[in-house]
Design a protein. Structure first.
Length: 312
């Protein structure tokens, strides 16, 4: 570092110190600054926001049994990944399980449900928003969906996928979230209108989509067309799930599209690909995406993902 750079650093440091001093209200003769004031000062300069995106979260079937009956700990699925999720400002994932009272213990088949106690795992891990737009949400009918929504709300979790836009404002930036199920349903104009109408209400719009073919590592033509439509209508990030395998990703007009993040929490232990997942950590600053981190996961033990260096 040359003398001129040192001079600039000293000037800048002096300016920042003076600026912080002018912000500080008079306290007493000792001029002590409280921790609350310190946090306020830091927020003036820290405009970065971290958002973590996950794949499928299935808390029923063997995950439910393993967590509650064997481990006696509803936090069990998230114990090895919670630190990363908890450190983020927002966590958004696909909840592949109705959560209902008197959920029967089901080890096999494709009818999912989770005991309400499993919500403790979601809150412990720092999950903030889940999409209910998937082909298992109504496994226990409209009553099961209503119970799920009520239980999530009672525990401070937001949900999308039932025609709702969730807006979270962080450091002056509005982040919007939507969810769609395009597995058994093909997109209709009402879906596209929700995206275009939501776009002007937020600074960043993140759209979760249930779509694609199961056990495929590449997005199909429909996914590509629909992703382009979502971006054209205002989506800033598109994140997919349902194939149970991690699929390819791309940028469309500079916007990231993750076609499938695979399984995050699941009990599909019968193949290597279904044990793999991918978390995406996106860092925004002043409403602009400045960093992308891809965090591979692997389900080594029943229903319990952990981070790995690469997708094995």
């Amino acid at each position: 570092m040359d003398r001129f750079q040192v001079f600039l650093l000293v000037v800048l440091s002096t300016f920042v110190a003076a600026f912080l001093y002018t912000l500080k209200p008079y306290q007493d003769n000792t001029n002590n600054v409280t921790s609350q004031e310190t946090n306020t000062y830091l927020e003036v300069f820290n405009k970065k926001t971290e958002i973590v995106l996950t794949g499928d979260i299935m808390l029923g079937r063997s995950v439910n049994i393993e967590s509650l009956d064997k481990q006696n700990d509803p936090r069990y699925p998230f114990l090895k990944v919670a630190d990363v999720l908890q450190s983020a400002d927002l966590v958004f994932g696909n909840l592949e399980t109705p959560i209902i009272d008197n959920c029967p213990r089901i080890e096999h088949g494709f009818t999912f449900c989770a005991d309400p106690r499993m919500i403790e795992g979601l809150t412990y891990a720092g999950v903030d928003i889940v999409s209910l737009a998937n082909n298992h949400t109504t496994n226990f009918g409209s009553d099961g969906l209503a119970q799920t929504k009520n239980l999530l709300s009672q525990n401070g979790l937001n949900y999308v996928g039932t025609g709702d836009l969730v807006i979270k404002e962080i450091k002056g930036v509005k982040y919007g979230f939507l969810g769609f199920d395009f597995t058994v349903n093909t997109p209709i104009q009402k879906n596209w209108d929700l995206v275009s109408n939501s776009n002007p209400l937020v600074d960043i719009l993140i759209v979760g989509v249930h779509w694609g073919e199961e056990y495929k590592d590449t997005a199909n033509a429909n996914q590509q067309v629909w992703a382009k439509n979502l971006v054209d209508l205002g989506a800033d990030v598109v994140v997919g799930h349902h194939p149970h395998w991690v699929q390819n990703s791309e940028e469309i007009e500079g916007k990231p599209v993750y076609y499938s993040l695979g399984n995050f929490v699941f009990d599909q232990m019968w193949s290597e690909e279904t044990k793999k997942g991918l978390l995406v950590k996106l860092t925004f600053e002043n409403g602009e995406l400045i960093k992308e981190e891809l965090l591979p996961t692997y389900i080594k033990e029943w229903g319990q993902p952990e981070f790995v260096t690469v997708i094995q």
